[in-house]
Write a protein that binds this ligand. Structure first.
Ligand SMILES: [Zn+2]
Length: 90
């Protein structure tokens, strides 16, 4: 039995387990949505990492490795900033 939840934005009944209204897309549980979004921010951001292929030239491999290391560090710093910023609000 799915718990029904009335959308505060459009008044339609939607599933309580949804984070957003299936009718209008409004966030149903702002607190929960924020929590989920904060949890998601711990995952590496949606930045595709540079792919290193086995048949790449050794020089290209080294170059890509340096770039990717920088990318990983950047993502880690960005995640930390997002975490600190979201923590400072509360
Ligand atoms: Zn709605």
């Amino acid at each position: 039995m799915v718990k029904e939840f009335k959308c505060p934005a459009c008044g339609e009944w939607t599933s309580d387990s949804d984070t957003r209204c299936s009718h209008c897309g409004a966030p149903l549980h702002p607190d929960r949505t924020e929590e989920i979004e904060r949890m998601n921010s711990f995952k590496p951001l949606d930045i595709p990492l540079i792919q290193i292929y086995a048949d790449d030239h050794w020089f290209l491999k080294g170059f890509k490795l340096v770039l990717r290391t920088g990318q990983v560090i950047f993502i880690a710093i960005a995640s930390a900033i997002v975490y600190i910023a979201s923590g400072a609000v509360h």
